[in-house]
Design a protein around this ligand. Structure first.
Ligand SMILES: [Fe+2]
Length: 307
């Protein structure tokens, strides 16, 4: 049974009230096409707990055959993904994380690398949603023209990108993920990692992450992912991870999903830039006001003393 509310506060509380939570509500809607369904239970008067739901993949479980079998989806989504969601619901029931969007739970529990107990289940729940939405029946092919232009700008060629992505996925030691991401500086970092702004912002990058780590906590905007945990491919490809990766890119990837996410990422990057500009203007205005006060004081000191 899950969703049991507890009356005592959580043992871990690295932040204080809502101030500690990142402002990422908009991004939840940007990167998860289907909002996660929640059911609310009143276990006793004045105690309500929200449960995150398990969303199905956006295609029938046999729709990716023969490249990804129904049996793999039944285990991978029906058992592994379900376990992450169920375990997370148990862990956060009645805590201050209960009822938050999944993406906010991921960033809050990452806690700048000092994971809270529920991080792995939260991140794995989010990663799998993102993975299912990265694929479609009869996928593969080539990216849209705009996306392709950006890939050529940042990797040199589509072949160079493909090679880098496949290499990242194949060389991730043990369990983990490979990602295509959009790098844009974030102003409100919350509990994520915040690399310094640089001229290299606003570009595509390939990254690989171990276990449950994902780009959200590394301050990147994710566009595409492949799950390279063994449970993702073992039933269909046994130990031939490179074969699974090649088939994923040639037959399963949804470039439409990647393009849609790229548009959202560009919008967010533009909003960040506007926010930064506003912040600079406020600093300049403060500096001007300070200077005006200083001049006023100087002119006062030059005036003849009153008798
Ligand atoms: Fe998985």
């Amino acid at each position: 049974m899950h969703g049991v509310a507890v009356s005592t506060p959580p043992a871990y509380a690295p932040f204080h009230g809502k101030q500690g939570f990142p402002k990422t509500q908009n991004r939840s809607s940007l990167y998860l096409k289907h909002s996660r369904k929640k059911c609310f239970k009143t276990l006793r008067p004045n105690v309500i707990t929200a449960q995150l739901g398990l969303e199905p993949p956006p295609f029938p479980l046999d729709a990716l055959e023969p490249h990804m079998s129904r049996q793999t989806l039944e285990f991978h989504w029906g058992k592994h993904h379900r376990a992450y969601v169920d375990n997370l619901n148990k862990q956060i029931a009645g805590t201050e994380l209960d009822g938050l969007p999944l993406e906010d739970i991921v960033i809050a529990t990452y806690n700048k690398g000092d994971f809270l107990p529920s991080f792995n289940n939260a991140a794995q729940a989010w990663n799998h949603d993102f993975f299912w939405q990265s694929m479609k029946p009869n996928g593969g092919g080539t990216p849209s023209r705009d996306l392709l232009e950006l890939i050529k700008r940042d990797f040199g060629s589509y072949e160079a990108f493909l090679n880098e992505f496949k290499t990242a996925a194949a060389t991730q030691f043990g369990s983990g993920w490979a990602w295509l991401v959009y790098k844009a500086n974030r102003l409100n970092v919350g509990n994520s990692v915040n690399p310094r702004p640089s001229e290299e912002d606003n570009k595509l990058m390939v990254v690989k992450t171990p276990n449950a780590i994902n780009p959200l906590v590394l301050d990147y905007l994710p566009l595409l992912t492949i799950d390279v945990w063994e449970h993702a491919y073992y039933l269909d490809y046994q130990n031939r991870r490179p074969d699974f990766i090649s088939v994923f890119m040639e037959k399963l990837v949804s470039w439409e999903a990647v393009s849609s996410r790229l548009e959202s990422a560009k919008s967010e990057a533009a909003e960040r830039a506007r926010e930064e500009q506003r912040r600079h203007l406020e600093v300049d205005e403060d500096a001007e006001n300070d200077q005006a006060v200083e001049m006023y004081l100087d002119s006062e000191s030059d005036a003849p003393e009153a008798e």
